[in-house]
Ligand binder design. Sequence first.
Ligand SMILES: [Zn+2]
Length: 424
Amino acid sequence: MESNLLELLELVDSRQDELVDLLSLLIRYKTPAPPARNTEEVQQFIADFLNKKGFMIDKWDVYPGDPNVVGVLKGKRSDEYQSLIVNGHVDVAEVSETEEWEVDPFTPIVKDGVVIGRGAADMKGGMAGALFAIQLMHEAGIDLPGDLIFQSVIGEEVGEAGTLECCKRGYKADFALVVDTSNLQIQGQGGVITGWITVKSKQTHHDATRKNMIHAGGQLFGASAIEKMMKVIQGLQDLERHWSVMKSYPGYDPGTNTINPAVIEGGRHAAFIADECRLWITVHFYPNETHEQVAKEIEEHIQLVAKADPWLRENPPTFEWGGSSMIVDRGEIFPSLEVDPEHQAVKTLSGCHESTLYEQPVIGVSPTVTDGGWFGDAGIPAAIYGPGELKHAHSINEQVSIQQLVDYTKVVLRFMFEWCHTKK
Ligand SMILES: [Zn+2]
C-alpha cells in the first residue's frame, strides 16, 4: 500500500497542470459574497465532480442561489475505521470596482509560479487541492475503509453558517479538516461574535427641552441616548483594556481580544432629543473562551456601568448577540476552535506533513476566523490546514504559490488515506 501511495504522490507533481486547471476553473465561477446568492453553478460542478468519484450527494439551499453540497464516500469498513470531514467554502471575498487588479479577478492567470485570481488563497486553492487528491485516489482505485465526507459550503465570507447547517443536518466524523488559508500550518482559532447594544429612552422629547434635562433646576428626568451611549463605549474600552492585561493565549499577541465599536446609529431628527442609540460591536476572543461567556462578561460589565449612572440605571441598555448573516440580519458568530496537538488525527496530519515536506509543521493559531469553530462547537475535533497566505486573502492580486498547492495536495491526499485507514 505504501508504495502505491508514493506513486500517487508523484502523480501530483507530474499532473500539476491539471491541479492548476482545476483551481482556475473554480476561480472562474464568480462567487463573491457580498452580494452572495451566486454559488449554484460552482456547487453543481462540485456535486458532479464528487458524484463521479463515487460520493453520495446531498445538496440543499441554505439561501436561494446558495446551496450547500455534502458528498459522502462510505467506507467499506465504516464501523472499524476513522471517519473524516473535509470542509471548505466556495464563496470568496468581494471585489470592489476601485481595486486595481493586474488581471480580471475572475479570469485567473499563472505568472512567476503563482496563480492570481479572487479566491486563489481564500480558499479555492484548498478546495482544488482536496478535490484533486480525491480524484487521484479514485483513479487509483483506492477504497478507503473509513468514511470520507466532503463539505462544500457557502456564506463564510459574510458570516452565514453553511458549516453550521451541515452540523445541524447531522453530519459528523471522528475528525474535521478545514482546508482554509493557513499557509500549511495546523491551526486553531479564536472566535468572533458581533452584538448590538441599545440605549433607549421611554419618552420622546422635543429638542427645546434639552435645557430642562441638563441644567440646574430643570426638573426633567431625561437624557440623550447618544450621550449615554458614550458611557457605554467608555465602559467597553475599560473592559477591553482589562482583558488585554489579564487574558492571553499562546500564539497571540497580547491584546488580540478586542471590542470594536464598529457602527453607531442613533437619533431620529435634529428637532428631537435622541431617544434611541444602537451600537454594533465586534468582539474577538481567545480559543479557550466561548462566545456565550464573553457576551455575558460584556453584559455584566455594562450593566454595572449603567448602575453608576442615574438615568441609565432606570433605562438599562439591552443586548442582542450574534446573528446568522452579516447581510441579512446584521450579525455573525464564529465560535473558537482549540487544536489538541495530542489528538491522534493531529499527530497523523503532522506526520503526513513531515514525511512529505521533510519539516515539522507549525501547530498554532489562525489570526483570523474560519468555519473551523463550528466543529469545535459541535464537539467534533478539528483543525485548519490549507494553502495560501493570509496576507493574500481578500487582497488585490490574490494569489497562491503553485509549489505550495502541490505540496498541500500531497499532504492532504496522504492524510485522507492514512486517517481513513486508521482503526478506531
Ligand atoms: Zn476563507
